[in-house]
Design a protein around this ligand. Structure first.
Ligand code: BGP
Length: 496
């Protein structure tokens, strides 16, 4: 019988501390950028309000610091994974997970980010979490930083704009490798590193109001990203000291883009967008700024300070695999007036008439998923991990109290088949971690009602609910897929 997926394929799911843990003021945790982001129910998901869900100001931060509210600060409560993790891991094990990608909250380890010594309670928590996973045979894939840098570093140092943040970060990573490194064989240094350009506050701790002009703001963003490149490279070397066999991954949001028409100007723009989307992986894998970077810099008009030794350090990076997230494809036109329709947390674009979209306007495209594997593999020739892929939808109980989420099952199956086609072509894929195997707080809109899970969590956008976990129909479907190592996608017979 033909084998569709590699023998040790890592089937699993992905979550992030700031979207699921809660316990924002427990266990010695400090405030992070995630704890000051508010729910903005007055904003509809329209192009007009694009990006506004993420907007944070100094006044907003000061206000947030004075309140213990969790209703309007959803990332403070998440889905209470901090307390429920044993129950949740057991459910993941029931689905047959081989791996769970989760992130560590930097502020549980260094509450302010610049302390001399770490918070032992934080390390203990993650150590227990990993042991719990391993007791079920679930491997840990750890994201070191997923949109939750210490708020203190933002206020005192202007986040990653400051070179000092490199040392704070690499002190944090050294602690992680020392205490957890023996039990984790795959790491991802930064979640969706390219997102620094799209939402600098959550990724870099950079606030627009701190800069006098657009150019200064942009320069700060690219400077912050430059500092992250250096930190990532140092981190990748640190890891090998503690665990030679462990793999370090770098991650990109794969924004696979099509031209609206075959007009050469549209095609040229789409190619450019696809190329620039891979800037972060180009820098980290090739160990230098790519050939097109100078043009980008000139066009965008930003200034970048590269100190002596920076490029030598970046060149030393040791990355073993590429991790990527993929939700949808995008369409661009060289005609700027046309970018009005499709919505998303990624980038403004045009509706694709050949694709269906989610209730949030994300265009569903399994072929684009396959294309993403090919683009990344032919560029880097490194193994690939699907760090995120998923479908956000409003789920309603049926008359019998069940969640029949066939739309999610369809999305899952179509994307898995597309991934399999890439594997059959020869792309080396390590695993697939579905985003949000359990409902959690949305990164872009802070809603709970944008649900991704195979497991429902009883909580509304304001955190009201019992937090009871319920298996949806997709839970049983994913279980079947994993048990058959993907064969059930093609046949209902289970094969040994
Ligand atoms: C990615 C983020 C995740 C996750 C996902 C879905 O960009 O890495 O944190 O949330 O998008 O997005 P959303 O939650 O906005 O629907």
């Amino acid at each position: 019988m033909k084998s569709y997926f590699p023998k040790d394929f890592l089937w699993g799911g992905a979550i992030a501390a700031n979207q699921c843990e809660g316990g924002w003021d427990e266990g010695g945790k400090g405030l992070s950028v995630a704890d000051v982001i508010t729910l903005k129910p007055e904003l509809s998901i329209s192009m007009e309000n694009f990006g506004k869900h993420w907007e944070v100001t100094h006044a907003g931060i000061e206000k947030a610091k004075l309140t213990m509210d969790t209703r309007m600060y959803p990332r403070r409560r998440g889905i209470q994974f901090y307390h429920h993790y044993k129950e949740d891991i057991k459910l993941f094990a029931e689905m047959g997970f081989k791996a769970l990608r989760f992130s560590i909250a930097w502020t549980r380890i260094f509450p302010n980010g610049d302390e001399d010594s770490h918070n032992e309670e934080g390390i203990q928590y993650y150590s227990d979490l990993i042991d719990c996973m391993l007791s079920y045979g679930i491997k840990a894939i750890v994201t070191i930083n997923h949109y939750d840098m210490p708020l203190h570093l933002v206020k005192k140092y202007q986040g990653w704009q400051s070179r000092e943040t490199i040392a704070f970060f690499t002190k944090y990573t050294e602690v992680l490798f020392r205490y957890l490194g023996d039990r984790v064989d795959k790491w991802i240094v930064f979640n969706e590193m390219d997102s620094a350009i799209r939402h600098p506050f959550t990724s870099l701790g950079i606030l627009e109001e701190d800069y006098e002009s657009e150019i200064e703001y942009k320069s700060a963003i690219y400077q912050g990203l430059h500092h992250q490149f250096i930190a990532a490279s140092i981190t990748s070397n640190q890891l090998k000291k503690y665990n030679e066999k462990a793999m370090m991954g770098c991650m990109v949001t794969k924004l696979t883009t099509y031209p609206e028409t075959c007009s050469p100007a549209d095609v040229y723009l789409a190619e450019k967008r696809n190329r620039e989307n891979m800037l972060v992986t180009d820098v980290l894998i090739q160990g230098k700024y790519p050939w097109y970077f100078e043009e980008l810099k000139e066009k965008e008009g930003f200034v970048l300070e590269i100190a002596d030794g920076d490029m030598q350090q970046i060149a030393k990076g040791k990355f073993d695999y590429i991790a990527f997230s993929y939700y949808m494809s995008l369409v661009v036109s060289a005609d700027e007036n046309k970018c009005e329709n499709a919505v998303g947390n990624f980038s403004k674009g045009i509706k694709n008439p050949y694709l269906k979209e989610s209730e949030w306007g994300w265009q569903i495209d399994p072929v684009g998923f396959k294309t993403s594997f090919i683009q990344l593999y032919e560029r880097y020739h490194l193994p690939i991990l699907v760090a995120e892929n998923g479908f956000g939808a409003k789920d309603e109980k049926d008359a019998e109290g069940k969640f029949i989420d066939d739309y999610r099952i369809d999305y899952l199956k179509e994307h898995l088949k597309a991934m399999n086609e890439a594997i059959q072509m020869g792309v080396e894929v390590l695993g697939y971690t579905w985003w949000g195997p359990i409902d959690l707080v949305s990164a872009s809109t802070s809603q709970m009602s944008k649900r991704y899970g195979f497991i429902h969590v009883d909580s509304d956008d304001f955190g009201e609910g019992s937090y009871t976990r319920t298996r949806k129909k997709s839970f049983f479907e994913y279980k079947k897929i994993i048990a058959s190592n993907g064969q059930s996608l093609y046949t209902d017979e289970l094969i040994d």
